[in-house]
Ligand binder design. Structure first.
Ligand code: PLP
Length: 392
């Protein structure tokens, strides 16, 4: 076995796609300690800077004293506590949906929701750039899985018309995780309605960031539960805690409780995490300055990047990718940035399509303008402007 595996690993290394992990010696904040070096963190999804918020930690500690560390069982046996229940109610209120259901991770929420909604004789239509957990959920469901061209309404319409599947489920990210752009949700919901299809939106990167109250793309576009009947959010990103939820109608949530295998056959998240999330939800909704600060930092970055000729993508969110088509160069540039004290995501296939390796730079409300300025100088020194490898 090991000889076979090693050959596969060597192959991956020779393609410059080998992945390694950092050992981070500090909590998630705008600076990280790695191997004794202090690095400005431009790669977390903790967009609002809540992962290290003292009030949220305090809620976690207090709840751990009351409820202990583990839930001890799945939700359907004895793991569902009053804190989970309270959080589900708050999330339903927050999303403007009748109900919400907690999952242990976003990956599991997506797998579990798709599988509970469609099966063998059905069709799942996914945006080409959807998150891996959505694509995997589609495959596991045994429905026919198709990927439509990214945000391409014409292509989606065509596929809807060609199908006579019993159930048709359209699935899309709200904010696309590796590109930072937005799904044309209003138009997609119109197409869904016209073609008698269901719509599921995973807004892992929109919650906290978009909408007046941080209700994500669905709040920003004011889309009703009828327009977006299946809404997924994760708690490990802007919420700064851990877990995920699906929000929707009474019938949807009861269906998930009965049929969603990744909900049923797993241990409930610790109640203390739910308590921490209740604290973070309050801050996320009320502290609008965090969203305003993000908008400012993103504008500063884009303006500065344009001045020095760093190729940007069409993103208005805190996810600001810099496309570098050469996978080896992605690693070189990210290492050069690290030597200068900056940590950015080096994203290569298969996370993104072959030939679209990129730096994935993300901003959080904890960053200072000075840190952004210094990142721009560092990017300038990496000679990115000359490569001109933007999408156009
Ligand atoms: C992060 C992410 C997930 C997975 O959520 P986890 O809670 O980290 O498992 C799902 N969908 C999208 C779009 C994501 O970015």
């Amino acid at each position: 076995m090991d000889a076979l595996l090693q050959a596969q690993l060597d192959q991956r290394r020779s393609e410059h796609l080998y992945r390694t992990r950092l050992n981070v010696a500090s909590g998630c904040s705008s600076t990280l300690k790695v191997d004794g070096q202090s690095l400005v963190n431009f790669c977390s999804n903790d967009y609002l800077g809540l992962a290290g918020h003292p009030e949220i930690s305090h809620a976690l500690k207090k709840a751990a004293d009351q409820y202990g560390t583990g839930s001890g069982a799945s939700h359907l046996i004895s793991g569902h506590s009053e804190v989970h229940q309270a959080l589900e109610q708050q999330l339903a209120d927050f999303t403007g949906r009748p109900r919400a259901l907690l999952y242990s991770t976003g990956y599991m929420a997506n797998m579990g929701a798709i599988n509970a909604l469609v099966g063998r004789h059905d069709l799942v239509l996914q945006d080409q750039l959807n998150h891996a957990s959505l694509l995997d959920g589609g495959h596991l469901s045994r429905a026919t899985s198709q990927r439509y061209k990214h945000a391409d309404l014409g292509n989606l319409q065509q596929r809807l018309e060609q199908s006579n599947a019993a159930r048709k489920l359209i699935v899309t990210d709200g904010v696309f995780s590796m590109d930072g752009d937005l799904a044309p949700l209003k138009e997609i919901s119109t197409l869904a309605e016209k073609n008698n299809a269901w719509l599921m939106v995973d807004d892992a990167h929109g919650f906290g960031v978009l909408g007046n109250q941080g209700g994500g793309l669905v709040e920003a576009l004011n889309l009703s539960p009828e327009q977006v009947p299946v809404l997924v959010g994760t708690l490990g990103k802007s919420f700064g805690t851990f877990g995920a939820f699906v929000a929707g109608s009474e019938a949807l949530i009861e269906t998930l409780i009965q049929f969603s295998r990744s909900y049923i056959y797993t241990t409930a998240m610790p109640p203390a995490i739910a308590a921490a999330t209740l604290a973070s939800l309050k801050i996320l909704r009320e502290e609008t300055w965090r969203r305003e600060k993000l908008i400012k930092l993103v504008a500063q970055f884009r303006q500065g990047a344009e001045q020095i000729g760093v190729p940007l993508m069409d993103s208005s969110t805190p996810i600001q990718p810099v496309l570098i088509n050469d996978d080896q160069k992605v690693m070189q540039v990210s290492l050069a940035l690290r030597e200068q004290g900056f940590l950015v995501g080096a994203i290569r296939p298969p996370t993104v399509p072959v030939g679209s390796g990129r730096l994935r730079i993300t901003f959080t409300a904890d960053h200072s303008e000075e840190q952004v300025e210094r990142l721009l100088s560092a990017l300038d020194s990496c000679g990115l402007s000359s490569s001109r490898t933007g999408p156009n």
